[in-house]
Ligand binder design. Structure first.
Ligand SMILES: Cc1ncc(COP(=O)(O)O)c(C=O)c1O
Length: 465
């Protein structure tokens, strides 16, 4: 297949080393998804791939890209990626994958314990792949190789725990601000680190309410601010306005050395860069860290994630560990060494352009689902930049389980991932419409009012339709 990764090459490497539209078009993606800037040893390299093998070097406090296996873009004429069909999932996991060629890896106990940029004494690792994957994300989020530090985590939660810990280490007396629709791992981090935490209100869309944010910042001006910014909330897929968050901080008198922003991009962190109208997540803005889950949009078969922060921050947090002959800057000790290889494989196979196509397809299908629901008289909402369709909670728990829907209060959602086809959505809709006819056949049982959850304009309850 054009753009595929030869598994022989992979195993060899492994074994050998032990147009902005005037009218908003939500499906519009960026014209050139390839991030342009990679500064490498003073040179600007665009779209090239190299495999580096240098002599082993251990330098604490600086990234060493020894034997990094860079991710390469598939051929430009690869029309296959992003166009495959598969099946439905209520949780945001991309189930459209085939990793059959990596099956042999199960024979190895691969562990990347320690710092990805410092080789430890344990030989069966996949750091070359890990650093290649990190470099790919660093390029996506516009931070130069020597300025970032990161690692492949076990999940998006670990990324949040790490990002917030870095913020806390930078500002030991900082207050954590997070919208009330942030993932529970953010509040868990506050409890674990015994941090003062202020919950900020949200708009109906699920986005952070910056008026409330301002009101909560002002009485606490004497303390630095650590902010969790959602790049896609769990339930409504809402994207916090990063620029407005920064502007609010600045207007309240917080200079850039008095706040730390962690961007939780668990699901949408990898979709947003490809959506034209989306606010840009980039280290050119005053942010401290970004995390994303690897098993969501990327489509890794095991839970994993990517965490990237600024190297200056990590130097303050890390400790050298003689037993590892490495540096301790991660949350976990032992780390899944298989995950970076699966991530590296899929990044090579799809490339930036493949992800762009998948994003476009998900947004298109999500709009289709939302429109069909509204046409059928079902309350439903879809945020502009999202593929998460929020609708009334089905009355029948068996239906919820069968379609693996995630529910909260009166609402449920479907996250339209690349494996969710139009045919699958049609099957789902047909069954939902049929079932609703039975749930609500008795005049006494009414569909719930969702005006508070998704706005009057999206509510189709008997009062608002
Ligand atoms: C916004 C957000 N952050 C963090 C997480 C946690 O990710 P993980 O399940 O990979 O730990 C999720 C999971 O759904 C999420 O939606």
């Amino acid at each position: 297949m054009v753009g595929s990764v030869e598994v022989d090459t992979l195993s060899e490497k492994f074994n050998g080393e032990v147009d902005l539209l005037e009218e908003f078009d939500p499906m519009a993606v960026v014209c050139e998804p390839l991030p342009p800037i990679v500064v490498d040893d003073g040179e600007c390299v665009i779209g090239e791939a190299k495999t580096k093998t240098k002599t082993r070097e251990i330098v604490l406090g600086r990234n060493v890209h020894t034997s990094c296996l860079e991710v390469t873009e598939p051929d430009a004429n690869d029309e296959l990626t992003g166009d495959k069909d598969a099946y439905m999932a209520g949780y945001p996991y991309n189930l459209d994958f085939d990793y059959g060629s990596l099956a042999q890896l199960q024979h190895f106990s691969i562990n990347n314990l320690g710092d990805p940029f410092i080789e430890s004494n344990y030989g069966v690792h996949s750091r070359q792949f890990e650093v290649g994957v990190l470099d790919w994300f660093a390029r996506l989020w516009e931070i130069e190789k020597n300025d970032y530090w990161g690692y492949i985590t076990n999940c998006g939660t670990e990324g949040n725990l790490h990002g917030i810990l870095v913020g806390r280490e930078v500002f030991p007396d900082g207050i954590l601000y997070a919208s009330r629709e942030s993932h529970y791992s953010v509040f868990k981090a506050a409890r674990m680190y015994r941090m003062e935490c202020v919950k900020v209100g949200t708009l109906i869309s699920g986005e952070i309410d910056c008026a409330d944010f301002r009101a909560k910042l002002i009485p606490n001006m004497d303390k630095p601010a650590i902010i969790n910014v959602n790049i896609g909330t769990t339930v409504k897929g809402a994207v916090d306005d990063l620029d407005l968050v920064i502007q609010t901080l600045e207007e309240c008198g917080y200079s850039h050395d008095r706040f730390y922003i962690h961007c939780d991009g668990a699901l949408f962190g990898l979709m947003m860069p490809f959506v034209k109208r989306a606010p840009k997540v980039t280290f050119k803005k005053p942010i401290g860290s970004v995390s994303v889950s690897g098993h969501k949009f990327v489509g890794c078969p095991m839970p994993c994630g990517v965490q990237i922060t600024r190297i200056d921050h990590i130097n303050a947090l890390s400790r050298n560990v003689e037993y590892l002959a490495s540096r301790d800057a991660t949350i976990m000790g032992s780390r899944n060494g298989h995950a970076p290889i699966f991530l590296w494989y899929t990044l090579n196979k799809k490339g930036y352009k493949g992800f762009q196509k998948e994003v476009q397809k998900c947004l298109r299908n999500a709009h289709y689902l939302k429109d069909c629901m509204r046409d059928a008289g079902i309350s439903a909402m879809l945020n502009e930049l999202s593929s998460t369709v929020v609708f009334e909670r089905p009355l029948d728990e068996e239906f919820v389980r069968r379609w693996q829907l995630a529910c909260q209060g009166n609402i449920a959602h479907v996250v339209v991932m690349p494996n969710v086809t139009i045919e699958k959505l049609d099957d789902f809709l047909e069954e939902l419409i049929q079932k609703r006819a039975t749930w609500y056949q008795d005049e006494k049982v009414r569909s719930p009012c969702l005006s508070v959850d998704i706005g009057v304009e999206n509510c189709a309850c008997p009062l608002h339709k």
